[in-house]
Ligand binder design. Sequence first.
Ligand code: CA
Length: 231
Amino acid sequence: MHRKVLVLEDESSIRGFIVINLTRAGYEVIEAESGEEALDLLQQHTDVRVALLDIMLPGIDGFEVCRRIRATNTSIGIIMLTARSQEMDKVTGLMTGADDYVTKPFSPAELTARVDALFRRAGGTPLASEAAGEISQPPFLLNTRNRTLEKNGQRVKLTQVEYSIMKMFMENPGKALSREEILDTVWGRDYFGELKIVDVNIRRLRLKIEDNAQNPTYITTVWGYGYKWGF
Ligand code: CA
């Protein structure tokens, strides 16, 4: 299995730090200094499974790179590299299709843990228990073999993380799931991240699957606790 990762970062010292640490962790790392270069490299290296995208760049910014990647590729894992002062950027980044973010400065352990977590997810290797099958809850149909979702017979394009959340919901209809539980199941127990990432991913998921995301009826909020798949 390829363990190929792309790093987009214009500051060479930070890029070097990331490359050294991911290489040490067993990844093959491809480097880009600009968004344009990153998009070119991704076309050449179609086996890249995780991309780390800096936001502030000369030329197109990291959000735009993320949007362009997602326009054609929902399976690659995307991590935004944000600065501590850019609280809003985290949300914006996730809403443009990123799966996760890491705040600079980060430790090698944190970086590697985040990439490992997404890599497992983007790997998409089905567990034996989900090797075959469908979960049908009209109007939704989840295919656990192809990891796809349909609503009213129409394919809904989901990222790997969104798919995992949907699967967890559809396997637990009517049950209130805590944000911690969702984080543990979808991102893994060794994940370093914040609970907020659950909320942002669910916000994005609602835009894709609800009839009206402002007034969600499928994924309902359980205040102060988490979410419920409303069947
Ligand atoms: Ca930068």
